[in-house]
Ligand binder design. Structure first.
Ligand code: 5RP
Length: 222
């Protein structure tokens, strides 16, 4: 099985998982990335069963609309039952690193608004300790160097994601060399640096369930 086949299988499994929870007034939170794209394509088959979606990025909004799924502003809905999104890494505590696609801030907002976060990944995303994948940090452009110096003090090695601007008009610093043994504490510490919009650690609000595509099928990790 290729990585894409595993992503597709797990996206299909997520649709099966949520199918019975969809009703005519349901609005689903939808993440960003290649796995989320497979999910959107599979979700489109069920578009007659729910009202619409809240998107975590402009790219996701476009894909949803392309399938004829109405996209709502988060401010116009009172809350979400479900958020479905991929991740770059997850650990046994269902803490995540996200933001490989640069959509971490909106992803974190939509995840925070949802009662349940279903994370969909292929098996390559499982790690014992988070941090092998460089941790994305979204920063206000004028604070780029200031934040980078603070990240170095914490033992990280920040690199500007060249040529990339987030949907919010900000920059991304990808931080190498972090061995993240206390994800909740580090998430809070990074968010306390002036100029940081948010960081890609999803630990204070991690996943509630991870569906992981493997060579032998889809596993549910709780
Ligand atoms: C985007 C993300 C994605 O969920 C993460 O990068 C995983 O992407 P993919 O499903 O393409 O492997 O956080 O900001």
């Amino acid at each position: 099985m290729t990585q894409d086949e595993m992503k597709k299988a797990v996206a299909q499994a997520a649709v099966e998982l949520i199918r019975s929870r969809l009703s005519a007034d349901s609005i689903v939170g939808v993440g960003t990335g290649s796995t989320a794209n497979f999910f959107i394509d599979a979700l489109a088959e069920l578009k007659h069963l729910f009202d619409g979606a809240v998107a975590s990025s402009e790219a996701t909004a476009e894909r949803l609309k392309g399938h004829g799924i109405p996209v709502y502003d988060l401010n116009s809905v009172s809350g979400l039952d479900l958020y479905i999104d991929g991740a770059d890494e997850f650990d046994a505590g269902l803490n995540l690193v996200k933001g490989g696609g640069g959509a971490l801030t909106r992803e974190k907002i939509v995840a925070a608004a949802a009662k349940e976060f279903v994370c969909i990944v292929d098996a390559s995303k499982r790690v014992d300790v988070l941090g092998a994948f460089p941790l994305p940090v979204e920063v206000i452009p004028m604070a780029r160097s200031l934040v980078a110096r603070e990240l170095v003090k914490l033992g990280g090695q920040p690199e500007l994601r060249e040529g990339f601007v987030t949907d919010n008009g900000n920059l991304i610093l990808d931080v190498y060399n972090l061995e993240i043994r206390e994800p909740k504490a580090l998430e809070a510490e990074l968010n306390n640096i002036v100029g940081v919009v948010t960081n890609g650690l999803f630990a204070r609000r991690g996943a509630d369930v991870v569906l992981m595509g493997t060579e032998n099928g889809v596993e549910k990790v709780l």
